[in-house]
Design a protein around this ligand. Structure first.
Ligand code: SF4
Length: 499
């Protein structure tokens, strides 16, 4: 069995994934994920930019023929080439396990080895900005294989991270023992008959090519990881109490959970109510935060719904979208302030401010904290006087906060898309997502294809409309649950409102 660093990396992210990569049926792999494609492209671009500064050589071998790769790499090592890109070294680990080290770079170092008075140390070029544990373990794996093969201890290894001038030195004394422990556990898991258990983690699984297969399995098992709020540590504790299905959880007294690590009264109560909500396919009001519901007032004729599209790699907020809803005249208008190039961000910011100041009483609804934080950040970046920004921020209402503090819904995620779809709202482009917009904006900058901008605008407008839909539902739900709740302008007729 061949074990490489990629498998070890994936094992640290999900114990199930490398098992499926080795033993799973390829027909269940999902293809065509734009986000995975974008990440791969970004990684290649970053690697090319690092490599363009170096005089490296590359061994020639048929793709994935690791024995030929090893032979060709050793020839370059014997020659004493300064930098080797895409080299591969293999060593036997046990009688049936062979380790393949395929670092992005092998860097010649002074010292002794079987080659003479030099040896090679590994470096990996990663897209991340931080030296995450999983990256350091992988580099320790390369150092370990090189130590075995060169018969000389490798005492240096680096991570070349995005946006950093210098390589990050990996502490091999610390990471090699940890890598060895993970490697033993990993090899052991590969020798089991069954794949490690599924745990659906939305962010991680959305970037995995086994997602469709795992999700279908999780659904058929009614796996607890599909319930929002069930994290891996909480899941482990629920398992210990033999709480293995949503029904078990719904039947549990929250007091039994509230003193466990990672739980408290609110977490325990929320999880139990969430399970009940899922089983009943029904929204439920949480038993706390009642005061907060009462303080939510919506009596305005003009409402603004705000959503931003950003390109994190460029540190750019390129689209500020606002849906203006006029309750009195029953009209809607969408304003799209779009930076066609990164330099236009300041102009777009000013256009946004001009619009929201035309309606100084209107609440500005948004979903999640990003819009609030970004407005603060843009005001600092462009030195906008506080007197223009503070009154605007005071009108912000985070629908997501109100929602998660007060209700549970029969959904698997509290993302806007999941909630709005549960309410029957559909995006006009069902393929669109925030992550895809990042990709499309990148493509627009490269190609100048205006249809990409139009697709992004449509998506942003639908996000604003979805926020409006969720807010209206939430208000109505609060009203149904409490006779004391203030009456909303959209439920009042214009005549009643004027009175
Ligand atoms: S979809 Fe999720 S659980 Fe399944 S293999 Fe991938 S990361 Fe692991």
């Amino acid at each position: 069995m061949l074990i490489n660093a990629e498998l070890l990396l994936q094992y640290q992210r999900c114990k199930r994934r490398p098992f499926l990569d080795i033993h799973g049926e390829r027909r269940w792999v999902n293809t065509g994920n734009d986000l995975i494609y974008k990440l791969q492209q970004d990684k290649i671009t970053h690697q090319k930019s690092v490599l363009s500064e170096l005089a490296y050589e590359q061994p020639q071998y048929p793709r994935k023929d690791w024995y030929s790769a090893h032979k060709a790499t050793v020839e370059l090592m014997q020659k004493g080439v300064e930098y080797i890109h895409k080299g591969a070294i293999i060593t036997d680990y046990t009688s049936n396990v062979t380790l393949v080290s395929h670092p992005h770079l092998l860097i010649k170092q002074p010292g002794q080895s079987q080659f003479g008075d030099w040896y090679y140390a590994p470096a990996n070029i990663e897209l991340g900005k931080r030296p995450k544990q999983e990256y350091q373990v992988v580099v320790a794996f390369h150092a370990h294989v090189l130590t075995q093969y060169q018969q000389s201890e490798v005492d240096s290894a680096w991570l070349i991270l995005r946006g950093k001038d210098k390589g990050y030195p990996v502490d091999l004394d610390k990471w090699i023992p940890q890598m060895e422990a993970i490697l033993v556990e990993f090899i052991n898991s590969l020798q089991q008959d069954e794949a490690p258990e599924i745990f659906i983690s939305r962010q991680r699984c959305s970037l995995c090519h086994w997602h469709n297969d795992c999700y279908a399995n999780a659904k058929s098992q009614e796996h607890l990881s599909l319930l929002p709020g069930v994290t891996p540590p909480r899941y482990a504790q629920l398992q210990e109490l033999n709480i293995t299905t949503p029904q078990n959880l719904a039947d549990t007294n929250p007091e039994l959970l509230e003193n466990l690590i990672g739980f408290d009264y609110q977490v325990a109560t929320k999880l139990v109510v969430q399970a009940e909500s899922t089983i009943k396919s029904h929204p439920l009001l949480l038993p706390f935060n009642y005061d907060r519901i009462q303080s939510l007032e919506f009596n305005h004729f003009i409402e603004l719904y705000f959503d931003i599209e950003a390109q994190p790699d460029l540190n750019l907020n390129y689209l500020l979208g606002v849906l203006l809803v006029d309750k009195r005249n029953h009209t809607e208008q969408f304003y799209c302030f779009l930076a066609e190039s990164p330099e236009d961000e300041e102009a777009v910011w000013q256009q946004f401010l001009d619009l929201v100041w035309q309606y100084p009483q209107a609440p500005i609804y948004h979903f999640c904290v990003y819009e609030f934080d970004t407005v603060k950040r843009l005001s600092k970046l462009y030195n906008t006087p506080r007197k223009y920004v503070s009154p605007v921020l005071n009108r912000f209402v985070d629908i997501y906060e109100y929602l998660i503090q007060n209700v549970t819904l029969p959904v698997e995620s509290y993302a806007l898309k999941a909630i709005a779809r549960w309410l029957g709202f559909e995006w006009r482009n069902p393929e669109a997502s925030g992550a895809k917009c990042i990709y499309w904006y990148d493509e627009w900058l490269k190609t100048g294809d205006r249809t990409l901008l139009e697709t992004i605008q449509l998506y942003n407008e639908d996000d604003c409309k979805a926020t409006c839909r969720v807010k209206e539902w939430l208000f109505q739900f609060f009203q149904e649950q409490s006779p004391y709740y203030p009456v909303s302008s959209q439920i009042l007729s214009p005549k009643q409102s004027q009175a």
